[in-house]
Structure formats: structure tokens, C-alpha cells
Design a protein around this ligand. Structure first.
Ligand SMILES: Cc1cc2nc3c(=O)[nH]c(=O)nc-3n(C[C@H](O)[C@H](O)[C@H](O)COP(=O)(O)OP(=O)(O)OC[C@H]3O[C@@H](n4cnc5c(N)ncnc54)[C@H](O)[C@@H]3O)c2cc1C
Length: 382
């Protein structure tokens, strides 16, 4: 077994770390407070190739592997979870469906500007009454004279309403299967589609500098050619995309935990009580040791899932294990990191306070902890 990163992986990790520590971290608090979407940081990430990291160069990407992508997400999340989810959702949820299921023409038209970071794109699976139970899709699309007429609502869609959002790919019921179940297909809905509107940004507890909106479709019309992949395979396509997305959320969780650990370690060395740095108290030192142990474990699981994906092996179970474990590690680590800050951790001016709010969504997005356990139990034949 070889745990060494390749030169390219190390270079991407280093690039992401420098960018995150120098350009993202110093602004994270203000962006969070002002709920300001960081257009300039997205442009910089595009310049660095991060917005299309794992896609081939012929489609505007950087041609890097999933391990490099996971390392980059970790470094950016270490500095700011909002910036990291903007990048990760764009790559793994917005652009990936075009790469996985798009025709050559759709790849050239949609994937290229996305991989170059000129546009953002949403992934519209969740609905107000269909989250974990996403197969209970109520959005409907009827094909009439070569046009899909879409009606319905999507909830909590990331990157769907920024000034540079190009559109959202959605699941919609397009008919009934021979077994009587709904036929679900994926449709590409560009931003300028008549009848397609975005709500104001949600007021969120965390990820406040990221863009999340509700989408409404009222007789929204898109051409028949905007079907992505085969008719009737939309739900299974989106589930496949979510398998890869779990590596992203695992990496986001590891990165956030690393950031919280950084803050706690520095604070523990600086803060004095009873005449010495609090890091000299065994209770605090042991907390830091346990945090590092769990972070290393979650990181290895995440990189293993990424490595399996790169090797073309089955990675679904490892990705799900990594996502579940890393999300719970981020919960424990951020909580302990705040504890080490004492009362100051409860004050907004300390980054750990933002991290505490940002953490919770890791246990909800792309399959809640409960849903991960359900998926894993099923994989284990239980
Ligand atoms: C900030 C943010 C960004 C998001 N971005 C996107 C996006 O870009 N695209 C997108 O499509 N979605 C997105 N989502 C939606 C997210 O994936 C869902 O919120 C998540 O899947 C949970 O669905 P729900 O909120 O409807 O909760 P529910 O499904 O209603 O779950 C409520 C509770 O019930 C539990 N539960 C549900 N079913 C079961 C079961 N069978 N067994 C045991 N427990 C169960 C859940 O675990 C949870 O604890 C985003 C959400 C947020 C908050």
C-alpha cells in the first residue's frame, strides 16, 4: 500500500491551501455576516481550474483525479465552508450530470462553460415534500409538440440563483412506467426559460455566503432536446451523481473539522488559565489528540473512496461510509473545538462560532445521517 500523494495531487493540494489560507480565510467572517456571495473568489477558483477540476481538458476541465478534487475541497472548507460548497456543489452536482450523461453536443454547450467556471449550475432533486424520499417527485413535465411543459417546485437548490447561474437540471415525472410507477427523467432548464423563477435566497443558519433558493416552474417550456440522458432514467442518474457527491460532502466535513482543529490548537496554546496555557491541561490536550485521530480517520476514508472512484472500482459503499463518518466527526470536532474556546467560542468574532453553525448541514445534505445508515444497511444486505 502506498499512502504517498502524486506530485500532481500535492501541487493541487498546495495551490488550494495557499488560495484558501491567503484569500478565503481572511474574508470568511465578513462574507458570513453579510451573506455575501463571493463572485471574485469564484472567478479566482475558475482561474485556478478548481471549478472544473475532475473534467477532461477537452471539456474545459483541469483533467485532475478525484483524489486531487477531494484534497482541494478539504483545503477550501478548512478556510470557509460556504466557498467550499459553492465549488463542490458546482462540480459534483451541477456539472457532473452533463459529463456523465450528456450528449457530445450537450457537453460542448453546457459542460465547457461550467468546467471553465464561467457559469454555475444547479442540481434540482429536492422538493418541499420530497427530500430523503426524493423518488416522490411531484414536479411534472409533459411533452407537447416538441416542448416539455414543466410544472412544480424544487426546494433548497444550491447555486441556482446567482448572477452567473446558467440554469438547473431537474428531476420531473414524465409519464408512467409499465409497472405503474412514475417515470422520472432529467431536464435541463436554462435560467432564461419562460415560466421558471427563483425565490430570494433562504435565510440560513450556516453556509450563509452560498446561494440556496426555491425554484418554481409554471408552464415552463424547454425544448425536447433538453432531456439529459435517457427518458425514464432520471432518478437513477441522480442517485449515481449523489454517490460521487458523497465524496464531496465527506471532504467538506473533513476540511471543516481540520479548520476547527487549527483554531482550537492555536487558541489552546495562547489562552492562559491558572498560570499556564490551557493546552498544558491534560483534559484539553487529550481533546486535541482525539480530534486529530478522528480527522485522520475520516480523511483516509474519504481519500480511499476518491481513489476507488479514480481506479474505476465500486466506490459507493466507501463513499457512503466516508460521508456518514466524516459528517459525524465534523460534528464532534467542531463541538470540542468550541468547548476549548470557552465563552469566547460563543462570540461571533471567533471563527469557531461560524464553523459550529456551518457544521450541521454536513449531517443533512446529500443524504442525512439516518439515510446514510439506511443505504449502508441495504448494501450490507440487512
Ligand atoms: C443548505 C442546503 C443546500 C441544499 N442543496 C441542495 C441541492 O443543491 N439540490 C438538492 O436537490 N437538494 C439540496 N438540499 C436538500 C437536502 O439534500 C435535503 O434537505 C436532505 O436530503 C433532507 O431532506 P429533507 O430536508 O426533506 O428532510 P426529510 O427527508 O423530511 O427528513 C426529515 C428527518 O426525517 C428523517 N428521515 C426521513 N426518512 C427517513 C427514513 N426512511 N428513516 C429514518 N429517518 C428518516 C431524516 O433523516 C431527517 O432527520 C439542500 C439542503 C440544504 C439545507
Amino acid at each position: 500500500m502506498n499512502f504517498d500523494l502524486t506530485d500532481e495531487q500535492k501541487a493541487i493540494q498546495g495551490l488550494a491551501r495557499d488560495f484558501a489560507q491567503n484569500e478565503v480565510k481572511p474574508r470568511a467572517e465578513v462574507m458570513d455576516r453579510e451573506e455575501a456571495f463571493p463572485y471574485d473568489l469564484v472567478a479566482k477558483m475558475a482561474e485556478l481550474g478548481f471549478m472544473g477540476l475532475p473534467f477532461p481538458e477537452e471539456f474545459g476541465g483541469a483533467g485532475a483525479d478525484t483524489v486531487s478534487y477531494a484534497l482541494a475541497v478539504m483545503e477550501i472548507a478548512r478556510a470557509d465552508a460556504s466557498t467550499a460548497i459553492t465549488m463542490a456543489a458546482h462540480v459534483s452536482l451541477g456539472a457532473s450530470p452533463f459529463y456523465r450523461f450528456g450528449t457530445q453536443e450537450q457537453k460542448e454547450r453546457y459542460l465547457v462553460p461550467l468546467a471553465q467556471g464561467k457559469q454555475l449550475w444547479g442540481f434540482g432533486l429536492t422538493e418541499p415534500n420530497a427530500g430523503s424520499d426524493a423518488g416522490n417527485c411531484q414536479t411534472k413535465a409533459v411533452l407537447r409538440d416538441g416542448t416539455w411543459i414543466v410544472n412544480g417546485t424544487k426546494a433548497f437548490i444550491t447555486n441556482s440563483g446567482t448572477d452567473i447561474s446558467g440554469g438547473t437540471t431537474i428531476t420531473a415525472v414524465t409519464g408512467t412506467r409499465p409497472d405503474g410507477k412514475p417515470e422520472i427523467s432529467n431536464l435541463i432548464v436554462p435560467q432564461a426559460t419562460p415560466g421558471f423563477t427563483r425565490s430570494k435566497k433562504y435565510k440560513k443558519m450556516g453556509w450563509r455566503a452560498s446561494d440556496t433558493r426555491e425554484l418554481a416552474f409554471v408552464d415552463a417550456r424547454v425544448p425536447e432536446a433538453n432531456l439529459l440522458g435517457k427518458r425514464g432514467e432520471g432518478y437513477s442518474q441522480f442517485l449515481q451523481i449523489l454517490d460521487g457527491g458523497r465524496i464531496s460532502v465527506a471532504a467538506l466535513s473533513v476540511g471543516l473539522a481540520m479548520g476547527a482543529y487549527d483554531e482550537a490548537l492555536a487558541y489552546a496554546k495562547e489562552r492562559h488559565a491558572f498560570g499556564r496555557p490551557i493546552s498544558k491541561f491534560q483534559a484539553i490536550a487529550f481533546k486535541l489528540v482525539d480530534m486529530l485521530c478522528e480527522i485522520e480517520h475520516a480523511k483516509l476514508m474519504t481519500l480511499r473512496a476518491a481513489w476507488e472512484k479514480d481506479a474505476g472500482r465500486e466506490f459507493e459503499q466507501t463513499a457512503s461510509l466516508a460521508k456518514l463518518y466524516a459528517a459525524e466527526v465534523s460534528h464532534r470536532v467542531v463541538n470540542e473545538a468550541l468547548q476549548i474556546h470557552g465563552g469566547y467560542g460563543f462570540m461571533d468574532e471567533y471563527p469557531i462560532s461560524r464553523m459550529y453553525r456551518d457544521q450541521k448541514i454536513n449531517e443533512i445534505g446529500e443524504g442525512t445521517n439516518e439515510v446514510q445508515r439506511l443505504v449502508l444497511a441495504r448494501m450490507m444486505g440487512l
